[in-house]
Design a protein around this ligand. Structure first.
Ligand SMILES: N[C@@H](CCC(=O)N[C@@H](CS)C(=O)NCC(=O)O)C(=O)O
Length: 232
């Protein structure tokens, strides 16, 4: 059994999508990041970077004691290897999936995260920061659009953990005020993979728990954004 420590956010949904797609049994332990549960010693023992998601595999392949994994890229690779799905084993296709997976965790996620932060949550509107991250977001959309003009899926012909890493972030396009139809190949892919039953189930996990206004609460602002309201 896989124990998933998570919250309903794009990074969390990468893993619920993979767990639904690959069919490994799992149970969810919710971590309320707006209340600081990512800083408890129990959570830090499995996720020392105090970020969700993380997993604990209580039935690892070697039959030994439970294995914990943090960082979505590492979790996706771990689950792909455990289930034997969504990460090809031949050298060329495997390296393509890893390239796009690392591109997502090192670029698409962090840049869209910063764009969303300055656009939606920052206490002051800082035009330079918003514009800088918007420009980078649009550049990354363009990179993905060109890749999907040549390939059915993010890392080539087959659906893989690279698609699962990208989808929950692209799904934020409305909040980020990105014109998806301006990226026709990306839009084609988005509409196509959105039909997958496993992906749909994974994206539904925790929907009723979403905090749509994290900036509205002083304690959450302090915990998530480091904003201390008493300091000017
Ligand atoms: N690089 C990390 C990013 C994870 C991440 O940023 N998680 C956010 C939620 S989407 C989080 O846990 N935030 C809690 C905090 O900032 O204290 C990964 O890919 O796992």
């Amino acid at each position: 059994m896989i124990e998933l420590l998570t919250a309903p956010t794009p990074n969390g949904w990468k893993i619920t999508v993979m767990l639904e797609e690959c069919g490994l049994p799992y149970r969810v332990k919710w971590i309320n990041i707006g209340r600081g549960e990512q800083f408890t010693p129990e959570f830090l023992a499995v996720s020392p970077n105090n970020r969700i998601p993380a997993i604990v595999d209580h039935g690892p392949a070697d039959g030994g004691e439970a294995v914990s994994v943090f960082e979505t890229g590492a979790i996706l690779v771990y689950l792909a290897e455990k289930s034997g799905q969504f990460l090809p084993t031949d050298v060329r296709h495997r390296k393509a999936v890893l390239e796009w997976l690392f591109w997502q965790v090192g670029g698409l996620g962090p840049m869209l995260g910063q764009h969303g932060h300055f656009k939606l949550y920052a206490p002051d509107r800082i035009a330079y920061a918003t514009e800088r991250y918007r420009t980078e977001t649009l550049r990354l959309y363009g990179v993905l659009d060109r890749q999907l003009a040549q390939n059915e899926h993010v890392a080539g012909a087959d659906y893989s953990i690279a698609d699962m890493a990208c989808f929950p972030w692209i799904q934020t396009y409305r909040a980020q005020e990105i014109d998806l139809p301006a990226f026709p190949h990306l839009k084609r892919w988005y509409e196509q993979v959105k039909q997958r039953p496993g992906l749909r189930r994974g994206m539904e996990v925790g929907r009723d728990r979403i905090n749509r206004q994290p900036q509205a609460d002083a304690e959450t602002r302090k915990l998530l954004f480091g904003i201390k309201d008493d300091v000017q």
